[in-house]
Ligand binder design. Sequence first.
Ligand SMILES: C[S@@+](CC[C@H](N)C(=O)[O-])C[C@H]1O[C@@H](n2cnc3c(N)ncnc32)[C@H](O)[C@@H]1O
Length: 265
Amino acid sequence: MNKEYCYPAGESERGVVNADTSLEKNWNILEKNIMDKIVLPYLSDKKHRNLMIDIGAGEGRYTREYGKFFKKIISTEPDRKRSKKITNKGNLPIKVINKKIEDINLGKNKADAIFCIHVLQHVSDKTHEIMLNKATKALKKNGLLILGFTFKTKYFDEYNISWLAKGEKKFTPIPKEIFNLIAERSLKGILPVKKLDKGKLIKKLERKGFVLKEHETYFVDLEGKKLSKLRIFFLDFFSIINQHRILKKLNFDNFIDCILVLKKK
Ligand SMILES: C[S@@+](CC[C@H](N)C(=O)[O-])C[C@H]1O[C@@H](n2cnc3c(N)ncnc32)[C@H](O)[C@@H]1O
């Protein structure tokens, strides 16, 4: 019998509602601000707001936040504990599917928007492909794909793990094959974290029939070990949103998180 899937996150990992460390709070504030800026303008047209699907919804923060614009919402989350929290707050018409994306039939040409936020970086290469293929198939013409993920820079290797069980948030580089094995098995306390090649991913999605509409990169953890030398102390005096604006103006190019909004042709 298959072992029940359990997302190997620490208590303060993103996607856990009420995360209370300042890093997680800042992350949530900045990411929500960016998502609102680049996603909300596309949700104004009521004709295209029938069905939203959230893949790897965690505890449902984005299901609830953007689900309110849609008539129907399907939220997929394989971790049972997390999936139970999705409908905890509010009374939106959310159908929760407590399965891995591999085991779900999302159907064809029926969704107006699919959200998949911070999931691709934690799954095996094989599951990553399945996610993109199922999302592409399930979206209607003109449907939106909203992807959030961490991406590759010169400061990080592509395949990493984070030893959450040891209380470590830093990344240890590992070979691709080991990453894929760990991601397929979901080992307790070990979080696989892949740094995606943003350019390659955009090209791949264009080949699948998408047009890139919006693209925003950002970075919260300026104290990250490898990046400490980039730290600019005066930034501490500003809110996280203004820090981000200042870094953009300064052409700071070492952001590590990314949100893409793509439209299916
Ligand atoms: C970092 S969390 C992000 C949660 C949510 N999207 C958010 O941003 O709050 C990654 C989520 O992906 C889910 N996940 C992992 N493997 C998956 C799979 N094969 N299919 C669907 N979801 C998966 C995990 O259980 C976890 O809740």
